[in-house]
Design a protein around this ligand. Sequence first.
Ligand code: ZN
Length: 131
Amino acid sequence: MIADPQDPYNGLRMTKQRKVVYDVLLEERDHPTAQLVFERAKDKLSSVSLATIYNCLEALVSHDVVKQVNVDREPSRYCPNLSEHGHFHCKESGEIIDVQFKPDVSLAQFLDLPEGAVIEDLELNIKGFLK
Ligand SMILES: [Zn+2]
């Protein structure tokens, strides 16, 4: 999804708390959990609660400003990268790494999609480990 430069947050009102949460996600793109976002945001918002962090994350996700990444039954992780990409989960370190499409490659070129399929959202989760 391409953000409208006039409305980069898709109509979401950027409160101070949401901005801090968003900045935390942009600063270190390691797909943190809400708990980790909370710990990182505490330096900037001393009285913030974990519930507020969850609310901010939910608002950002529902306005397509941030992606929610779910792996099995583990706590959700959050990703500010809105370009079409997948996630590589390292089973050893627990790390989640963004996987971009190679230039000029589209999903339709390597997936046998149903006729007329229009892709609106992509969740590509790859699991393995790094040698
Ligand atoms: Zn990502």
